[in-house]
Design a protein around this ligand. Structure first.
Ligand SMILES: NC(=O)c1ccc[n+]([C@@H]2O[C@H](COP(=O)([O-])OP(=O)(O)OC[C@H]3O[C@@H](n4cnc5c(N)ncnc54)[C@H](OP(=O)(O)O)[C@@H]3O)[C@@H](O)[C@H]2O)c1
Length: 264
């Protein structure tokens, strides 16, 4: 179905470099079409050195309501904004910017809130739970802060680069002192919730990010990878009777959050 973009449409962008792989604009457009709102989103190829000029120009565009930010701009964008939410500040990255009617730019990290909302949409609450997270990359930083903010009892972060897991665990523990946050590996069967935030599972033949060979139905396994919809990790978890939640839940909830964020 084609989209009719007119002078009444609210305009959004997704800033990226490279730009060919960007799918977020299509997902956002599909969401706004489904909820009947006149919003049109286009990817913009923006080189790192051009980011200040592009952001300055967007400020002056009266029909722009916001823009998504992806690789490699998620950290660099922060110094060009008028306000960054405290959650995004702690995570150290922004993935969505709202432009107010006055041209003020407010950055947030919707990976974090989208992740928790995605779990909630599957009736999975994090409060009081023991959580094992694989990965400490960009998305892993967001989910770790989100898990602690949601009141998990314990969070163990494992990562190939162990120093990154330790650094992340220290930052999360400092912000959420009531949560027992550790870095390292631990048996998955000791946890209520296992979350994969690594990119392992995107390609056929990838190693498994977590050993699930002893988990049972009491464990929930969440993989934030969107493609494939069912990763090998999820298939193994399901075969052991565990509940599984895929990355689409987090992505879908982020679309709802974008819609709410630009309305506020
Ligand atoms: N569902 C959603 O809405 C959503 C949102 C954001 C991201 N995601 C997905 O989350 C995944 C990670 O994205 P990201 O932005 O966090 O990427 P990233 O910043 O590049 O982080 C990648 C993570 O995967 C680990 N990793 C990569 N290759 C590995 C390997 N061969 N062996 C072991 N660990 C490996 C990295 O470990 P090292 O630190 O050791 O390199 C790091 O922890 C992607 O699949 C992305 O599509 C989904």
């Amino acid at each position: 179905m084609s989209v009719e973009i007119t002078g009444k449409s609210k305009i959004m962008f997704v800033l990226a470099d490279p730009v060919d792989h960007v799918r977020a604009s299509a997902v956002i457009n599909a969401h706004f079409r489904a909820i009947g709102e006149d919003v049109a989103t286009s990817p913009l190829h923006v080189l790192p050195e051009d980011l200040p000029a592009v952001v300055g120009a967007i400020r002056r565009m009266g029909n722009v309501v916001g823009f998504g930010v992806t690789i490699p701009h998620k950290v660099a964008i922060m110094s060009h904004l008028d306000l960054v939410t405290s959650g995004a500040e702690a995570i150290g990255a922004v993935n969505f910017v709202k432009r107010t009617a006055e041209g003020r730019l407010i950055g947030d990290n919707l990976d974090a809130s989208g992740f928790i909302a995605g779990l909630a949409s599957h009736r999975c609450a994090v409060g009081g739970k023991r959580v094992l997270q694989a990965g400490a990359g960009g998305a892993g930083r967001a989910t770790a802060f989100a898990i602690a903010a949601a009141g998990a009892a314990e969070l163990v972060i494992s990562n190939r680069d162990e120093a990154k897991a330790r650094a992340l665990a220290e930052c999360v523990a400092a912000r959420h002192p009531t949560v027992n946050v550790l870095a390292g590996t631990a048996p998955a069967e000791d946890f209520d919730l296992v979350v994969n935030t690594t990119s392992l599972g995107m390609k056929a033949g990838d190693a498994l990010p977590v050993d699930l060979s002893r988990i049972g139905p009491q464990t929930t396994v969440c993989d934030i990878i969107v493609n494939p919809a069912v990763t090998e990790l999820m298939a193994l978890a399901a075969a052991r009777g565990a509940r599984t939640i895929g990355g689409k839940a987090m992505l879908d909830e982020q679309m709802t959050l974008v819609a709410e964020f630009i309305r506020r």
